[in-house]
Write a protein that binds this ligand. Structure first.
Ligand code: AG3
Length: 280
């Protein structure tokens, strides 16, 4: 049996799968879990691959660690989306983080991830029971949550589905304004921004919108296992936040597998045509 995610223009990313372990419709989306032959279990939302267990770090590491390692003291952290728990798990590996909040809109993603996936069941169980020492869970809309906050977070990471569909609001200028307000001075925001090659227009669009809101914006890419790679990411900084310098001492303690802090500058490598399309 095979599972193929079809991107625009008939480009596919496929996995050999042994069986479908779960399939169900939540109030927001279609959720599926497959047992793949070579990469552990796979979470699929609305036909798009969210993660494979043996490869999810290739997404969660570049999403989280550069952002936090470039911040001198990331004490308060917010994760928007990320219901499988992988992003929050990586955020909590930083001892500087005193308190982290995760706002996930779909309780079914939390339940299915806790039951079927081995991303961090322990963390999800603790969050769902409300007994994690440093982290709390809010089930609700990330954009509504952010709209009510002012100078509350040092770092905010959005781990959403694609810039098309239900998550489109997380790529809008009003949302970015809310995020900017919710950041403390010197704080920063990161978001995944789709496939560099298949969603180049959305990537460039999100980049331009963020430039209208944040004091500085950085675009980077990373090859992610399971996605049509390279994958796009955007960082927006408030005040004097500088994404170009990361703490190597703090990085050394993380024992990273994919993101390489000693080669941080390689993150900014984009295909020339894409760089020009972004106006960089
Ligand atoms: N969230 C980003 C998923 C984007 C994948 N898009 C796609 N395959 N078309 C991943 C969730 C992992 N925590």
């Amino acid at each position: 049996m095979e599972f193929v995610e079809w991107y625009p223009r008939g480009y596919g990313v496929g996995f050999k799968v042994r069986e479908r372990l779960y399939s169900g419709r939540s109030a927001y989306q279609q959720i599926e879990v497959y047992q793949t032959e070579g990469f552990g279990r796979m979470l699929v939302i609305d036909g798009t691959v969210q993660l494979v267990e043996d490869g999810e770090l290739s997404y969660h590491e570049p999403l989280v660690h550069p952002l936090l390692l470039a911040h001198p003291a990331p004490r308060r952290a917010l994760v928007i989306g990320g219901g499988d728990g992988g992003t929050l798990r990586e955020v909590l590996r930083h001892p500087e983080v005193e308190r982290a909040t995760m706002v996930e809109i779909d309780p079914e993603v939390l339940r299915v991830s806790a039951e079927y996936l081995d991303v961090d069941r322990g963390l999800l169980d603790e969050l769902l029971a409300g007994r994690h020492a440093r982290a709390e869970l809010v089930v609700g809309s990330g954009s509504n949550y952010v709209a009510g906050k002012e100078a509350a977070f040092d770092v905010i990471a959005a781990d959403s589905t694609d810039p098309v569909g239900p998550a489109a609001v997380l790529f809008s200028e009003p949302f970015y304004r809310g995020v900017y307000r919710a950041l403390r001075p010197g704080g920063a925001y990161v978001t995944q921004a789709g496939s560099v090659y298949l969603f180049t227009g959305e990537f460039a669009d999100a980049y331009q919108k963020m430039r209208r809101v944040f004091d500085r914006v950085w675009a980077f890419s990373f090859p992610v296992i399971g996605y049509a790679s390279p994958w796009a990411f955007l960082v927006g900084g408030k005040g004097d936040y500088n994404f170009e310098r990361v703490s190597l001492e703090r990085a050394a303690r993380l024992e990273l597998t994919y993101y390489d802090p000693e080669r941080h500058a390689t993150l900014f490598q984009l295909p020339r045509g894409v760089r020009l399309q972004l106006g960089l």
